[in-house]
Each structure stands twice: as structure tokens, then as C-alpha cells.
Design a protein around this ligand. Structure first.
Ligand code: ATP
Length: 273
């Protein structure tokens, strides 16, 4: 049986009388790379913060590597890489000083890997952090999260402020390590094309609710848009929009031919219509 590495059980979080997260449950197996997709304000950052143990939910619980998120052991922390949407960095240090300072806190820190990554992403090592561009600060936070070779990675829109060439290099840097470790990753993004070729699964979130979590291949092969007049069996409807229903044809094989296949972009639009 595949080990569950990231577990969420009915995670619920309320702010200002509104559910920012609503009953979110899933099990992410070892080695899965999950793209977490949703519109602005859907709850992606909050979900990742709950999983990393940085925010306490109002209901439910989560765990990383079998350890409760709110009580992560040192050994699990050492195996976790988290990149926040807004990096929290030591602005007065140079990039190199910053890397060395954080490196001293991690037994598994790999100096060579760290410097190789920094050079690969064109990070200026002798520049003070406060003088870096927003994109370079984001790159630094990514190198900081990767240099101890984590087994679990939670990345909150790590490529949002990177230019397209750097985004591609960054994705390669994350997903093609020199050692083939089995990493379990959740990476949030608005940009589906950034996730293409690197994720094994996609999770769609809307208004704090998990709409769909399945493998990339299943998304493309099995999720179809049912025609308006079509009577889909209730168990096959995964999302009902204003004018259409999204169905899982594994639960309604008879509709496989009558319904239309969707690209991931179309799926995103349907789920957010
Ligand atoms: N501390 C807070 N107090 C009140 N509302 C909050 C708080 N934190 C988050 N929210 C609200 O929760 C919702 C989800 O926010 P979150 O940052 O998790 O979304 P997101 O999907 O990461 O968005 P984006 O793509 O814009 O980064 C938003 O409506 C936000 O305004």
C-alpha cells in the first residue's frame, strides 16, 4: 500500500464569519506532485499554511509524514520545504550569508546543491537581500526551501513573480534533482501551463471547498461536460455549473461518447463559472 504523506481531515477555517476552508479532506500518497489550482482568494495559501502547521484550523486536522501539522517533530521539519507566497527573508544579509545562516540550522543541508541551485537560477550571491528584485527574493526562498533536500514540499505560487524563462528553469530545478528522491509536493498556481509536465495530480479549490482532486491523466481522460439536457446519474456529477454538469465518465460510462472532453484550462473555467 502506498504511504500517505500529506493528510487532511475535514479542515475548516473561518475568518469574519466566512469559511475560508470548508471540510477539506484528502490523502496525498508518497511521490505525488499535486498542482493546487484556484482563483484569487480560493483558499490555496490558507490550506498550505494549515498543512505546514503555521495556522491552526477551527475544525479538522492535518498531518505530514504521519505527524500532526500543529505539532511537527524536528525530524519531520527537517524533511519539509515550505515556500510562502511572500518570502520572509533576512533583508540585511547578502544572499550567500543568508544561505549559510539557514544552512547551519539543517543537518541535511547540502552546500553543493544549494550553490548549484542558486547559480542555476542566476541568484547574485554577494547582493544584499533588500536590494534583490521581487523575483530574485522569490528564487532565494525557493533555494532555501530546497537545499536541505526535503521529502515533502509545500510551495505557494513559487513562480508568480518569475519571468517565463526563469519559471521553466525553476520547474526543472525543483522536479529534476540530481538524486532521484521520492518527493511529495503540493504546488499552488493560477497558471495551468506552468504545472503541465510536472504534476501528477491536480486539485481544484473554489471558495474554500475542494472541488476535485485526481490524477492529471484522469482529468483529461474521464472528466467530461455533459450536454444540458443530459440526465447524468447523481453519483457521476462532480460539479454542477449554471448551464452544464461536469461528470466523471468512470461512473457513467454510457455518457462517455455523448459528452465532450475538456482541456485543463476548460476544466478550470467550468469549475469556476
Ligand atoms: N486573516 C484573515 N482574515 C480575514 N480573511 C482572511 C484571512 N486570511 C485569509 N482570508 C481570506 O481567505 C480567503 C482565502 O485567502 P487565500 O490567501 O488562502 O487565497 P488564495 O487562493 O491563496 O488567493 P491568491 O491566489 O490571491 O493568493 C480570501 O478571501 C482572504 O481574503
Amino acid at each position: 500500500m502506498t504511504e500517505t504523506v500529506i493528510h487532511a481531515d475535514q479542515l475548516t477555517l473561518r475568518r469574519d464569519h466566512t469559511d475560508v476552508l470548508h471540510n477539506i479532506s484528502f490523502d496525498i500518497p508518497a511521490g505525488a506532485v499535486v498542482g493546487l489550482v484556484g482563483r484569487n482568494g480560493a483558499g490555496k495559501s490558507t490550506l498550505l499554511q494549515c498543512l505546514a502547521g503555521l495556522v491552526a484550523p477551527d475544525g479538522g486536522a492535518s498531518a505530514l509524514l504521519g505527524c500532526p501539522s500543529l505539532d511537527l517533530s524536528d525530524s519531520v521539519r527537517e524533511r519539509l520545504g515550505y515556500v510562502a507566497q511572500t518570502p520572509d527573508l533576512f533583508e540585511w544579509m547578502t544572499v550567500l550569508e543568508h544561505l549559510q545562516t539557514i544552512g547551519r540550522a539543517y543537518p541535511r543541508w547540502n552546500e553543493d546543491r544549494c550553490l548549484t541551485l542558486a547559480l542555476r537560477l542566476d541568484l547574485p550571491l554577494s547582493t544584499r537581500v533588500r536590494d534583490l528584485s521581487g523575483g530574485d527574493q522569490q528564487k532565494l526562498s525557493v533555494v532555501l526551501a530546497l537545499a536541505h533536500d526535503p521529502d515533502v514540499m509545500l510551495f505557494d505560487e513559487p513562480v508568480a513573480s518569475l519571468d517565463p524563462l526563469t519559471r521553466r528553469e525553476f520547474m526543472r530545478a525543483i522536479f529534476t534533482g540530481e538524486q532521484e528522491r521520492e518527493r511529495t509536493v503540493i504546488i499552488s498556481s493560477h497558471i495551468l501551463s506552468d504545472l503541465e509536465r510536472v504534476v501528477s495530480h491536480v486539485a481544484f479549490i473554489r471558495e474554500g471547498r475542494l472541488q476535485l482532486l485526481d490524477s492529471w491523466d484522469a482529468m483529461l481522460e474521464h472528466y467530461r461536460l455533459a450536454p444540458p439536457a443530459c440526465e447524468a446519474p447523481a453519483g457521476a456529477v462532480v460539479w454542477r455549473g449554471r448551464a452544464s454538469a461536469l461528470i466523471d465518465t468512470r461512473r457513467a460510462p454510457a455518457l462517455a461518447d455523448a459528452s465532450r472532453a475538456l482541456t485543463l484550462d476548460e476544466l478550470f473555467v467550468e469549475l469556476n463559472a
